[in-house]
Design a protein around this ligand. Structure first.
Ligand SMILES: [Zn+2]
Length: 112
């Protein structure tokens, strides 16, 4: 039963399923530049998302340090945990993308 043979349109001889899957995988790898371009694009987007998610590479414009910089959602959660989230800084966090928990300054880093 497991020796069932399937036929791929561009291959004349029937092959077993394992070989066919391998050929299909090979085919999609060979399937062209647009795949590669797509992967590159995804990679770029992922790097950008990483930069936004991971505050560690972003400097606080106030103190110039990176250690306490978080994405504002994360920062808000941390501040709330510490009981330090006031209406005023909640508002600021809604406006800006990042916050430095050292200075409690929120800001939006410039990309590019
Ligand atoms: Zn700071």
């Amino acid at each position: 039963m497991s020796d069932e043979e399937i036929t791929l349109p561009w291959i004349d001889e029937p092959m077993d399923v394992e070989e066919a899957v391998e050929a299909l995988g090979q085919a999609s790898v060979d399937d062209g530049d647009h795949l590669e371009a797509l992967e590159e694009r995804i990679e770029r987007l992922e790097r950008r998302v990483d930069a936004l998610e991971d505050g560690s590479s972003i400097e606080c414009p106030d103190c110039g340090r990176t250690e306490a910089v978080y994405k504002s959602g994360v920062g808000a959660a941390k501040l709330a945990n510490d009981g330090g989230l006031s209406d005023a800084n909640a508002d600021a966090l809604n406006q800006e993308s990042h916050v430095c928990l050292d200075c409690r300054e929120s800001f939006t880093p410039a990309f590019d």
